[in-house]
Design a protein around this ligand. Sequence first.
Ligand code: HEC
Ligand code: HEC
Ligand code: HEC
Ligand code: HEC
Ligand code: HEC
Length: 501
Amino acid sequence: MSHSRHTCAQVALHRLCFLTCLLTVTLVAADELQGDDNQNNEKWLEPARSRLMHVIGAMPFFPHRANTTGNLVLNVKDFDNAQVCGACHTEIYRQWRSSMMSQAWDEPIYRALLKRASAATEGKVDNFCTGCHTPIGLTTGQITSQVNRSSIEDSAKNHPMPGVDCETCHNISARTGLDNGAYVLSPRAHGKPTKFGPRKDAVSPYHDTVYSALHTRSDFCGTCHNVTHPFSSVAVERTYDEWQESTYSLNNVTCQSCHMPGFAGKAAIMGPDRKEVASHWFSGANATMLKHLGQEEGAQRARDMLARAAQITFQQLPAAIIPGQYASVAVKVTNVGAGHKLPTGFPEGREMWIDFRVQDASGRELYRLGSIKDGKTEVNTRNFKVHIGDKNGNPLDVEVWNATQILSDNRILPKGYNIGEFSFLVPADAVGPLTLTADLNYWPFSQKLADYLLGKDKLQVEITRMANVTQSVPLSTGSDTAKRAIPAKLKLDDASAYYKE
Ligand code: HEC
Ligand code: HEC
Ligand code: HEC
Ligand code: HEC
Ligand code: HEC
């Protein structure tokens, strides 16, 4: 498949390449459901090990797919701390600092899961996790199981490591695949510090600049935003593929279009004024973690992204609801703004759901589905989530390293929608009119998972309300349909009978 990136520039071939990829993904999906027949599926097996195993040193950081020029371990001294870049790239630095990617190594949920993954697999996944969460930590050979299992305080003091930082992204010279961190890091590509970027006219006193078309395209992000289980080949995260199969990719609306929109200003303090400088907020959805890390502005941007992503509406609302009977309401949720599934990414956590409530005019709650019980969305909540499972079909909430299959996935496709129905019994003594409310909520992981990983009450998970709809519906009084529903002993022409206690 690696030829596709060279040909995608031309529209016709772009389509062909899209179809080819679509076909591949379909095959993969079909295979996953059936389990272990991987014959058509070699590409995803132990990240291309079968092919690359014969090339000495082809996967120097196995099972991660990172490469370096010459496949050598890199020198720590080849990389600057982001603060050095920030001295000239002040605005870009400020933005990046408030993003999740700048915290990809230090943030507590990652570290807690890493520790467990490392211990449970006896270090087999150490390289795998760190190759995306601290690419420079891995490729400079600083990562050990001991570091991975140490506390955040200890590693900050004794083994500080960058997350996904300036040097990570701007030393990427190429990619060798589309998942599991198949980037190639080439610091000092021309003998001097070299930064790969989107400009053909950038001149810097501090480093060489090299134009990189890759940086302007989604497949740049796709190297890390597609996670395949390195041993069972389950498609753990597929944000890039989800985008690739959407109309956004056909219309060249890239990850950068939505996550790095341009701002008018300077890319560097001594650089020229430019109409559109690529922003580095990388706003996503993790308001919870950003708030926890003290990044209030980043958290607010995540909430704004979530608000932009979805709409919720009532469909076929009954003209009137009949007391004493069941009523049904259809609710439609549309993914209007996310260029991938909604939600996407980290499968153990990401969840969106409808909190549906019915209240009567006296303020009494007649019905609710979608509340939080025991730190989780209650049983039968209409939620949108992917569920991964182990070889016995048991759902996995934590131990993703045991994943061998996708059990279910009802997340909403880009520009797609879902219509679901709520049915509830309206008590005979309900007071009209009824108020129907549906909140569309999101959290990056449940309170229960946070408590389990970090300890009780260490992190308060925020429920972000993405969208909301409220409507008032009268109770039926004396209509034909109502007659059927109303117990004979009540006087049909006296509607007030229903409103009384
Ligand atoms: C002494 C100031 C200075 C420092 C320090 C500095 N840069 Fe630059 N950099 C510049 C200037 C000036 C430009 C050109 C800006 C423009 O043309 O808009 C630039 C451009 C860039 C570009 C765009 C290249 C392109 O071709 O699109 C990237 C990427 C970049 N720098 C990354 C970095 C990174 C990463 C670091 C830290 C290792 C860094 N810079 C440190 C001054 C600096
Ligand atoms: C059309 C605009 C658009 C495009 C294109 C787009 N995104 Fe997003 N992205 C969003 C919005 C809106 C959200 C917030 C809602 C959500 O979580 O999906 C988001 C959220 C995310 C998240 C956080 C999701 C979560 O719940 O944890 C990640 C990661 C992400 N995007 C990565 C990408 C990558 C990588 C690409 C390209 C392959 C991409 N996005 C393309 C709009 C876009
Ligand atoms: C996750 C990867 C990633 C990280 C981290 C990152 N960048 Fe970038 N950067 C990019 C991409 C991709 C582009 C090009 C975006 C486009 O063309 O739309 C870019 C563009 C730039 C540009 C050129 C902006 C312009 O429009 O002229 C500069 C300068 C730059 N980055 C510097 C930095 C600095 C400094 C840091 C750290 C504070 C940093 N980047 C962190 C991916 C990254
Ligand atoms: C070297 C690997 C790597 C590359 C390249 C990369 N990312 Fe990321 N990205 C990550 C990791 C790891 C995280 C998760 C950090 C965490 O939550 O611990 C992340 C998180 C994010 C988030 C925040 C998600 C949230 O939950 O809020 C967004 C948005 C995002 N990336 C967008 C992009 C875009 C856009 C690009 C391409 C321009 C890109 N990334 C390239 C590794 C990468
Ligand atoms: C191929 C790159 C890649 C690899 C390998 C990888 N991750 Fe990630 N990880 C990501 C990206 C990208 C995100 C952000 C997705 C999103 O926002 O939904 C992420 C998100 C996470 C999160 C959610 C963090 C939060 O605050 O919500 C955790 C926890 C995590 N990863 C743990 C791990 C562990 C443990 C491993 C190894 C078993 C691992 N990751 C391997 C790319 C990777």
